[in-house]
Write a new protein. Structure first.
Length: 253
């Protein structure tokens, strides 16, 4: 039997909901049944594992919704300049990102880690892993060319690319937004940005196909008030998430 099937009922009560506790009771009864064969035990264990995984994913989504409401728009204090010293673009530095998000992640039970690697073509790869204390995790991967700008040697080039990758993978996982430090914000655009982020977080928390039309009906007015670009991003997320749920259901059938 798998190690986690040895958990006691009190362990399950602390970490899982009523559904997991009910399945744990079924496992106990199956184990106590002298006529139960190994195939039956394995099937019950598999059902129990899936129930725990679904519960962990639901807790992850609920915590992510609460956390993203606390994530601020980051100021872009880093600068990219051309040969003449003129600023071409700005960005939120990795140090600033970490300083802002670390206490928020901790407060909501999340941990963020990275797995650097190399693609088959020799390019630097960054895999970001967002874990929640309930046990569920989400990953995002970014393949990057080595940053050879500024006369960097090969080691510096890879290090620069990995740092860049960490910033952008983190933005993908947390849906972070940033703005130029000299950008005027009259409150209206910030409100639209918040509505867009909240809608995307809620969509990512939907876990059944039936939940999608229900969510869309309930949020029809809010969707209509989004700016065109925000609306397109939200609908794109909606369609992508729905396709993923359908693929998961088809694979499980």
């Amino acid at each position: 039997m798998r190690a986690h099937t040895r958990r006691t009922a009190s362990d399950v009560a602390r970490t899982g909901g009523a559904g997991a506790l009910s399945l744990f009771g079924l496992m106990e009864r199956t184990l106590a049944d002298p006529s139960a064969d190994l195939d039956r035990l394995d099937r019950v264990a598999a059902i129990y594992e899936r129930a725990l995984a679904r519960e962990a994913e639901q807790k992850f989504a609920a915590a992510l919704i609460q956390m993203q409401r606390r994530l601020p728009v980051l100021d872009e204090l880093g600068e990219v300049t051309d040969e003449s010293g003129e600023v071409r673009s700005t960005y939120a530095t990795w140090e600033d990102v970490v300083e802002v998000i670390r206490p928020i992640l901790f407060r909501h039970g999340f941990a963020l880690s990275f797995k650097p690697g190399v693609s088959p073509r020799g390019e630097p790869v960054v895999v970001g892993v967002l874990r929640h204390q309930a046990g569920h995790k989400e990953e995002a991967e970014l393949v990057l060319p080595a940053d050879l700008s500024g006369g960097k040697n090969p080691v510096q080039a890879v290090g620069s690319s990995l740092s860049y990758g960490q910033r952008y993978v983190t933005k993908l996982l947390l849906n972070l937004a940033s703005r130029r430090r000299d950008e005027d914000d009259d409150g209206r655009s910030a409100g639209e940005s918040t509505d867009e982020r909240d809608a995307i977080v809620e969509i990512n928390g939907l876990d059944t196909e039936a939940a999608f039309p229900t969510w869309k009906r309930a949020n029809r007015r809010r969707l209509g008030e989004l700016a065109p670009a925000s609306f397109q991003r939200v609908i794109g997320c909606y369609n992508s998430r729905l396709a993923k749920i359908r693929a998961q259901q088809a694979a499980a059938a």
